[in-house]
Structure formats: structure tokens, C-alpha cells
Design a protein around this ligand. Structure first.
Ligand code: NDP
Length: 322
């Protein structure tokens, strides 16, 4: 089978297509014939060595496909089941061995492309707006990078929850996408300082929550956009890491809350993983969550796909096709 591996960490040149024997599932594992693969920032972090894993490493951790074999003690899945996952390495391949505990069932009405495009970013948007800061009708949320993959999904879910959504984006094209996703106000933060713009929109009060995945370029001003006792949810660092921070700023800003969440800690139990994935898939089935697939690359072009993800031009999801 074909797989995309690194034998040492590094830039895109570290990525190689290799021919491997098809793996056999051990106890508690399932062998999946991969049909569609999601490309994520975390794949780049593994390639670069920001996150450590034994080498050689088959990259990728989000995909959907069909069960072709099960190991001993596997109870929830059988040959022929349609499945997806987003927390187990080895997804950039024609076949992958996945722990049963990482797999979720894909409903018949959800395509493999939708499952691979929607699971990681969808569950991220879902936990951010239902668990980290549970949005309710009447809340006002500032969503940075509102036309990015997570941004578009988070905007749709926030609007469905009845929140007023203010998005920041870098280009007029992205502003159009953010509005189509339901954003009520869109700020071109490449041309205008978003802090006074948010104050103006909220009549000086500030927002209840800021969902900030941009990091270094936005974080300090995100805090200043909050109402007293509001929350900054810093969930990414697309522009770079936030430098060390003096906690007294939280008090001075109005008894603010700050959290740095990670999807892994919101799908720790099988029950939570199943509930979040089912919620995302139901929204896709109902048509209330529209996925935007930006481009599908052949598996052999994984390096190109990762470079496209890093470039700011991507709007929506990038997939690999085995
Ligand atoms: P996307 O590439 O789809 O979106 C990132 C967006 O960030 C871009 O579209 C861009 O929008 C904006 N951006 C701002 N500054 C930069 C910069 N210097 N370089 C590149 N982009 C920039 O990514 P995702 O939606 O998949 O992920 C968004 C972030 O969320 C990532 O940082 C990712 O690591 C993180 N993440 C965190 C998770 C968690 O649980 N904590 C889970 C999933 C993702 P614009 O041009 O409009 O500014």
C-alpha cells in the first residue's frame, strides 16, 4: 500500500511516498481502507517535530473509510462499517490501523469526504461553543479568522445558538464567506484595527467571548474587546505563539477569564467522542452545518497540500485522496 512518511523531522522536503505492507490489526484495533483524508495544522507540527512521535512516521490523523478487518476484542465495529477518526496517527495512507476507541461510525447520509472534512474542525467548533464557552441566545462572540476552516464552522454553530457573531478576516473575498456563514458583522483586520471596531459595534460594552486561533497578532487586543468577566478562548496560534503574559492583566481588564483548550481533552472518553461526532454529523445531515472543501489533492501531493494549508489563501478544508 502507498503511504506518506517522514524518516526525519523537517520542512515539506522531509515528506516521502513509500510502499509498505498492508498492516494487520492487533487486539483492540481495526484496519480501515482509507477513502478520504483531512489535512490539518497538527500534521505540520508532527512533520516539523513540534510534537514528537517515533520515526519513521506515517503522517496524518484524520480520515474516513471502510472497515476491512478487525482484531480481537473489537466489539463496536465490523467489516463493511463506514468509520472516521481524527486522533490517531497514520491517516496519510491507503490503509490504516486505528484503535477501536478512536473510531466513530459515519451515518449513511454523510459522505466520506464530509466525514474527513468535518470531524476535526467540526468537533473543535462544537466543543468551543457548547462546552468551553457555552453560547446562548443574546451572547455576542468575536470569531477571529472567521473564514478559516474552524472559523466558518464555529460561525454557523454560534449563529444557530442565537449569538451575535462578529468575524475578523483579512480579505474582501473572505469577508463574503464569513457573511455567507452567518456572521452579522465582519471586520477586515488587515485594514482596520479590530479593537475600536468591536467597541463601536457593541456600543462600548465589549463581547462576551473571543474565540482566538490567530494568537500572537491578536491576543492582547482580544482581551481588550471583552466585557467585564468575559472570556478569551485562545485555541490556536496561526500567526505565532503568544509571548509570556502577566496574569494581572486579567484583573485590570475586568476580572477576565482565559483558557487555552485542546480538542484532545474534550473527547477523552468514548462517550464524549461519540456525542460530539454525532452532533457534528447530525448538523451536516440536517443541512445546518455546511462544509467548504477548498481543494482535494492526490495522496502523493501531501507536501503540496500542507504548504497550501500554511499559506493564508486557504478557505475551508483541504483533503487528500488515496
Ligand atoms: P485555517 O488555515 O483554515 O485558518 C487559519 C486562518 O488564520 C487563516 O485562514 C487566516 O485567516 C488566519 N491567519 C491569521 N494570521 C495568519 C498567519 N500569519 N498565517 C496563516 N494564517 C493566518 O486553519 P484551521 O481553521 O484548520 O485552524 C485554525 C487554528 O486553530 C490553527 O491555529 C489550528 O492549529 C487551531 N486548531 C486548534 C484546535 C484546538 O482544539 N485547540 C483544533 C483545531 C485547530 P485570515 O487570512 O482571514 O486572517
Amino acid at each position: 500500500m502507498k503511504a506518506i512518511q517522514i524518516t526525519k523531522t523537517g520542512g515539506p522536503e522531509a515528506i516521502h511516498a513509500v510502499e509498505l505492507d498492508r498492516p494487520a490489526p492487533a487486539a483492540g484495533q481495526v484496519l480501515v481502507e482509507v477513502k478520504s483524508i483531512g489535512v490539518n495544522f497538527i500534521d505540520i507540527y508532527y512533520r516539523e517535530g513540534v510534537y514528537a512521535a517515533p520515526l519513521p512516521l506515517t503522517l496524518g490523523q484524520e480520515a474516513a473509510g471502510i472497515v476491512v478487518a478487525v482484531g480481537g476484542n473489537v466489539e463496536r465495529f465490523r467489516v463493511g462499517d463506514r468509520v472516521a477518526w481524527c486522533t490517531s496517527l497514520g491517516a496519510y495512507a491507503e490503509f490504516a490501523v486505528v484503535p477501536e476507541t478512536a473510531l466513530v461510525a459515519v451515518p449513511a447520509k454523510v459522505t466520506f469526504e464530509q466525514a474527513a472534512a468535518g470531524l476535526l474542525q467540526g468537533m473543535t467548533a462544537q466543543y468551543l461553543c457548547t462546552a468551553t464557552y457555552p453560547l446562548k441566545a443574546g451572547d455576542t462572540a468575536l470569531v477571529h479568522a472567521g473564514a478559516g476552516g474552524v472559523g466558518l464552522l464555529l460561525t454557523q454553530m454560534a449563529v444557530e445558538a442565537g449569538a451575535h457573531v462578529i468575524s475578523t478576516v483579512s480579505t474582501p473575498e473572505k469577508a463574503k464567506l464569513a457573511r455567507e456563514a452567518g456572521a452579522h458583522d465582519v471586520i477586515l483586520y488587515s485594514q482596520e484595527d479590530f479593537e475600536p471596531a468591536v467597541k463601536k459595534i457593541t456600543g462600548g460594552r465589549g463581547v462576551d467571548v473571543v474565540y482566538d486561533s490567530v494568537g500572537r497578532d491578536t491576543f492582547e487586543r482580544s482581551l481588550k474587546c471583552l466585557r467585564h468577566r468575559g472570556m478569551v478562548v485562545l485555541f490556536g496560534a496561526s500567526s505565532g505563539s503568544v509571548p509570556p503574559f502577566d496574569l494581572i492583566q486579567l484583573s485590570l481588564g475586568g476580572s477576565l477569564f482565559l483558557t487555552r483548550p485542546s480538542l484532545a481533552h474534550y473527547v477523552e472518553s468514548s462517550e464524549e467522542l461519540e456525542a460530539r461526532s454525532a452532533d457534528v454529523f447530525h448538523r451536516i445531515e440536517r443541512g445546518t452545518l455546511k462544509l467548504r472543501i477548498d481543494h482535494s489533492f492526490p495522496l502523493a501531493e501531501a507536501a503540496k497540500a500542507q504548504e497550501a494549508l500554511k499559506s493564508r489563501a486557504t478557505t475551508g478544508k483541504l483533503l487528500l485522496v488515496p
